[in-house]
Ligand binder design. Structure first.
Ligand SMILES: NC(=O)c1ccc[n+]([C@@H]2O[C@H](COP(=O)([O-])OP(=O)(O)OC[C@H]3O[C@@H](n4cnc5c(N)ncnc54)[C@H](OP(=O)(O)O)[C@@H]3O)[C@@H](O)[C@H]2O)c1
Length: 274
C-alpha cells in the first residue's frame, strides 16, 4: 500500500482481526493502526500479534485517526456513532462501515453530519481466512484517493468489487455474502451422497472440500467461461455427463435464481429495520 493513513477500528471482533491481519501482512505500519474494544482480551491479542495501538476508549482511537472503520454489530451502530459524534470532531475524517444492512444515509443521521464521506463495505465470511469478496459502495463525496485506499485495505482479505449503488450491494450480498452457505449446503449434500454409498464421513468430507477448492482454483486460473469449464470436464456419454444431467433436469439455474432473489428481498427488508 502506498497511501498510509492513521486508521482506527471501532470494535475488535473477528472481522477487524482479519482486516488488520491482512493490512499488517502487506506491510501497513502497525503504529498507524488503532483499535478499540470494551473488553481487553482481543486487544491484547492484536497488540502482541502486530504491535499496533489499542484502547478501551472509542473516543481516544477516533481522535488519532484520519480514517475510522465502524466494525461493531449493526444493532449497536446507532449508539456507537452518536457517542462518537458527541465527543470527537469527525470533520475531514473518512468513515468506513462494514456493518450489514445499514445504508449510508443512516450514518449521516447517526453521526449528525451529512457532509461526512462514508464508504460502505460488505465483506463476506471467507474474508476471515483471507479469501473474501468485499462489495464496496460510496457516497458521492468520496475522492478517488479514498476509494483506492479502501480498495487496498480490503484487498488484504481477498477480492474487492465496487458497485454502483446500495441496491447493487444487496445483490452482491445475496450472491457473495450468502454464497458460502449455498456452497456448504451443496457440499453437505454431496458428502451425504458419498456416505450413503458407503464412504466414511471423514473421507467423504475430504473429497468434497478438496474438489470444491480445486474447481474454484481452476476457475480462478482459467480464461474460459464457467460453462466452458464445465463442458471441458464432461466427456460426452461419460459418467460426469450422467450426473450433470440430473442437476440440469432439476433446473439448477432456476433454483439459484430463486435463492438469490429470496436473499435480495430479505436484504431489502432488513435495511428497512434501521
Ligand atoms: N463476520 C462476518 O463474516 C461479517 C461479514 C460481513 C459484515 N460483518 C459485519 O462486521 C461487523 C463486525 O462483525 P464481527 O463478525 O467482527 O463481530 P464480532 O466478532 O461480534 O465483533 C464485534 C466487536 O464489537 C465490540 N463492541 C461491542 N460494543 C462496542 C462498543 N460500544 N464500542 C466498540 N466496540 C464494541 C465487541 O466487543 P465485546 O466482544 O467485548 O463485546 C466485539 O469485539 C458487524 O457489523 C457485521 O455485520 C461481519
Amino acid at each position: 500500500m502506498n497511501d498510509i493513513r492513521n486508521i482506527a477500528f471501532i470494535g475488535a471482533g473477528n472481522m477487524t482481526q482479519s482486516i488488520v491481519g491482512g493490512m499488517c501482512q502487506s506491510g501497513y505500519p502497525a503504529k498507524q493502526i488503532w483499535v478499540s474494544n470494551p473488553s481487553s482480551a482481543k486487544l491484547e491479542k492484536l497488540e502482541s500479534a502486530h504491535g499496533l495501538n489499542t484502547s478501551n476508549d472509542n473516543h481516544h482511537v477516533a481522535k488519532q485517526a484520519d480514517v475510522i472503520v465502524l466494525a461493531v454489530k449493526p444493532q449497536l451502530m446507532a449508539d456507537v456513532c452518536s457517542d462518537l459524534a458527541a465527543n470527537v470532531d469527525l470533520s475531514g475524517k473518512l468513515i468506513i462501515t462494514i456493518a450489514a444492512g445499514i445504508r449510508i444515509p443512516k450514518y449521516h443521521q447517526y453521526l449528525n453530519d451529512d457532509q461526512l464521506t462514508v464508504i460502505r463495505v460488505m465483506p463476506n465470511t471467507p474474508s476471515l481466512v483471507g479469501e473474501g469478496v468485499s462489495g464496496i459502495v460510496s457516497d458521492e463525496r468520496a475522492q478517488a484517493s479514498d476509494k483506492d485506499y479502501v480498495t487496498d485495505v480490503f484487498n488484504g482479505v481477498g477480492e474487492t468489487i465496487w458497485v454502483a449503488d446500495e441496491d447493487e450491494l444487496d445483490i452482491l450480498g445475496a450472491v457473495a455474502g450468502s454464497g458460502p452457505a449455498y456452497f456448504f449446503e451443496f457440499m453437505a449434500s454431496l458428502k451425504k451422497a458419498a456416505v450413503e454409498l458407503g464412504f466414511d464421513s471423514e473421507k467423504a468430507r475430504l473429497m468434497v472440500q478438496q474438489t470444491c477448492l480445486g474447481a474454484a482454483k481452476m476457475a480462478q486460473h482459467s480464461d474460459l467461461s464457467l460453462e466452458e469449464l464445465r463442458k471441458q470436464v464432461t466427456s460426452k456419454g461419460g459418467s460426469t455427463a450422467k450426473g450433470v444431467e440430473v442437476y440440469q433436469q432439476a433446473d439448477i439455474d432456476n433454483i439459484s435464481s430463486d435463492a438469490v432473489k429470496a436473499a435480495v428481498k430479505r436484504n431489502q427488508e432488513m435495511a428497512e429495520l434501521f
